[in-house]
Design a protein around this ligand. Structure first.
Ligand code: BG6
Length: 507
């Protein structure tokens, strides 16, 4: 053993450098590329996790030289990298691998093809391609078909993969159609549907917590679990992306993907191997076991809301309807609460309450497993006045960690019981910053590992669950119930869980 290694850092060095590749980003000057993709790639370069032979070719409509593109990205990376200020030496050698090609019409794809072939020769990328669709979804089909028509998608020497950003469709039918379009040119194994929540360390840790430990799984079922609450709460509003959001809403933006993925990871059966298809098979089985919501059940199983003006951390924030580009009659939901049942042997009768909203009091994503109370009480109601049922909380973000709440005797004469917490905090146990989700997922896509990407059947199951609710809401003439910014959603959301004799946990 290397005795000079701090035990808290042991095992943290990852040697996983993928093979040479050219990454082609459609939407190369857009928001996603500037805020997430290039900062993540720079951070990978800083950690020496990119292959020697690696290039990024940004594609966009604007006319830009390579130098101007590099300058644009320098400023973006300086603002959004997780290791600021940036290291200018690392940047200079990274920037040498960044190129730009303007594609305004179909002919532009021939320019792109020539540029990639030249770079293969100069840099040694050997024909390996990672295409990334970071454009608005309306452009996906044209790009994919052009890649096929211009024989860019595949070549004789390298492998090809394509990463597709969410939202993947806007309902089951359009998601299915998009998969069909992609499959005209790429095989399903080459298609990487990204859900950045799966790249978060704490989300991956759900699998580790459940399946690398023996003490949780025996109680992870209907016999011991009373119910589960999954919360994705955001204090931010939708400023800057109102146009997209007003057409999408909270259900399509977060619930259909991030929240249902969290649910699948909590509810799934143990996979037989840590292998992309085996893990995804189990997630799909869990999603398939979710009880379908007919339009008649919507009022009982789902609540939506829309925020009005309010206060967040003492500051007044405008209501959703005050934002420019929000249609005056918009019924777009900014809050969703759902009650979901997973009808299988493990979970029959155990409700999963899911909640997501914008402009809630704080940013907090967590999964809380609420256990049943003891079958027989030894202690009087006075003695256990401060006792709450056992709860295991997986804090996904911020203050990443896991906490187990249980009852303990207050150190006074006689018996008094109070709930206390046993806490694991990432920052204290591991002295490194967690990688950004996009770093993990880009490295996986470059390495061809699809475990943390969603498969066609998963995405379609997710739409199958939310479609009836969305269509009931869109057919209703009623406006969504309102909640003031800085509160935990509409009163209807409280009534919804209280009807079952339960309460929302405050993260
Ligand atoms: C994105 C949504 O997919 O996820 C955003 O489009 C949301 O609306 C974001 O804010 C949340 O991601 P994170 O990583 O900040 O929790």
């Amino acid at each position: 053993m290397d005795v000079t290694v701090n035990p808290l850092r042991a095992g943290l060095r990852l040697a996983r450098v993928p093979d040479p590749a050219a990454m082609v980003i459609f939407g190369g000057t857009g928001d996603l590329a500037s805020r997430k993709l290039l900062p993540a790639l720079y951070d990978l370069a800083r950690q020496r996790l990119l292959p020697q032979a690696f290039t990024v070719v940004g594609v966009g409509r604007a006319e830009l030289s390579d130098a101007a593109y590099r300058k644009h990205l320098h400023d973006a990376v300086a603002e959004f990298s997780r290791s600021r200020p940036i290291d200018e030496d690392v940047w200079s050698s990274f920037a040498e691998r960044l190129y730009y090609v303007s594609v305004k019409s179909d002919d532009g794809y021939d320019d792109l093809k020539r540029r990639l072939a030249d770079l293969d020769r100069e840099v040694g990328t050997e024909g390996d391609r990672l295409f990334y669709l970071a454009t608005p979804p309306s452009a996906y089909a044209t790009i994919v078909r052009s890649l096929g028509r211009h024989e860019l998608a595949h070549n004789d020497t390298g492998r090809s993969r394509i990463v597709v950003e969410k939202p993947f469709g806007r309902d089951l039918e359009s998601a299915h159609a998009l998969s069909r379009t992609l499959q005209e040119v790429f095989t399903e194994d080459e298609i990487f549907r990204i859900d950045h929540y799966l790249g978060k360390e704490t989300v991956q840790n759900i699998l580790v917590l459940r399946f690398a430990n023996s003490i949780f799984e025996p109680v992870w079922n209907r016999r011991y679990v009373d119910h589960v609450q999954i919360t994705v709460s955001e204090s931010l509003g939708v400023e800057g992306r109102t146009e997209y959001y007003d057409g999408a809403g909270a259900m399509r933006d977060v619930v259909q993907n991030h929240l249902l993925q969290l649910l699948a990871l909590v509810a799934m059966e143990p996979p037989a191997a840590f292998d992309a298809n085996v893990v995804r098979d189990e997630k799909v089985k869990a999603l398939r076991a979710i009880r379908k919501t007919s339009e008649a059940d919507v009022a009982e199983r789902a609540v939506r809301g829309q925020y009005t003006a309010g206060f967040i951390e003492g500051e007044r924030v405008p209501g959703y309807h005050e934002l420019a580009e929000v249609a005056p009659e918009s019924h777009t939901e900014t809050f969703v609460a759902l009650k979901v049942f997973v009808d299988n042997w493990r979970w029959e009768g155990t409700p999963f309450y899911l909640r997501h909203g914008k402009r809630l009091p704080k940013r907090a994503t967590e999964i809380a497993i609420h256990f049943r109370t003891v079958p027989h009480q030894l202690f009087t109601p006075e003695q256990r006045e401060g006792l709450e049922p056992n709860t295991l909380v997986l804090r996904i973000q911020p203050e990443e960690g896991i906490s187990l709440k249980f009852g303990a005797k207050v150190p006074v004469q006689g018996v008094r019981i109070r709930s206390v917490a046993m806490d694991f905090v990432y920052g204290a146990s591991f002295l490194v910053d967690a990688p950004d989700a996009y770093e993990t997922l880009l490295l996986d896509a470059l390495s061809g590992d699809a475990t943390l990407f969603t498969r066609q059947d998963e995405v379609e199951e997710q739409w199958r669950l939310v479609d009836p609710i969305l269509s009931a809401w869109s057919e209703s003439a009623d406006a969504p119930p309102q909640y003031a910014a800085g509160t935990w959603g509409p009163a209807e959301a409280d009534a919804f869980i209280e009807r079952d004799g339960r309460r929302w946990r405050q993260p």
